[in-house]
Design a protein around this ligand. Sequence first.
Ligand code: SER
Length: 311
Amino acid sequence: MSETILIIGACGQIGTELTQKLREIHGTNNVIASDIREGSDEFTKSGPFEIIDATNREQIFSVVQKYKVSQVYLMAAMLSATAEKIPQKAWDLNMTSLLIILDLAKEKHIQRVYWPSSMAVFGNTSPKVDTPQKTIMEPSTVYGISKVAGEHWCNYYHEKFGVDVRSIRYPGIISWKTKPGGGTTDYAVDIYFKAKQEGSYECFLDKNTRLPMMYMNDAINATIQLMEAESSSIKIRTSYNLTAMSFTPEEITSEIKKHIPDFNISYKPDFRQDIANSWPQIIDDSHARNDWNWQHEYNLELMTKEMLKNI
Ligand code: SER
């Protein structure tokens, strides 16, 4: 059956590349991009685009009806660092939008939902190395609290109403087309831009802070692979652990220096250090690998080559 897909938050870091890829697969006119504001002309005029406030049910519902949308990717969210500054707004955006979409799916207006969770669901009391799929989850950030709650809402709607909702706990996502905004892992994107454009970077995390990460191409492939998997192979309806690599600011710096030997880094940790310290260092994503054959392609070396080539 042909799908009509709505992406909410299509101008964001992941949304931009997800929209492009889904348009290649399903055809431009079957993939409706939407965001709270217009993106670049190139993006908003290259296919169907609608202005949607993700917390406004009427707006979403009218677009769903207009295009007979069958699948929704809900990518609009406030990330960890920004959410600490405006907690109530973050909670409202992250939760209200999800409950609207789950309700539309419960009412059978849409058939399948994708919603991103994050490694931020884990906290100081979770194991930091090989963090299991199921373990203690006591997040220390507003963002993490919203993601844990969201995961349980997804599972609840699946169990109770048969809603086909699928989710991934993303690690830090690294990309060059669209920059992330307001996350704790943003340093791993900024560092490439500064290395290339200015030759130096002041890092807001300490040199030994190890975090799980992934190159955008892998994140997009994983997302689409999960959405295309047979429903019966999806055993987890909260959200899947997922990772590709883990590194520290010091390690990414050495990799960049292989290409830009004079690159200079300094460290000035800020409030984001506490957030990073509460997250896993290395994640165990064996459930995703077993249930729907997840495999990553990019490691630190390959990703660094791609990033520096494209910036
Ligand atoms: N990249 C996100 C953040 O730093 C984690 O999900 O907030």
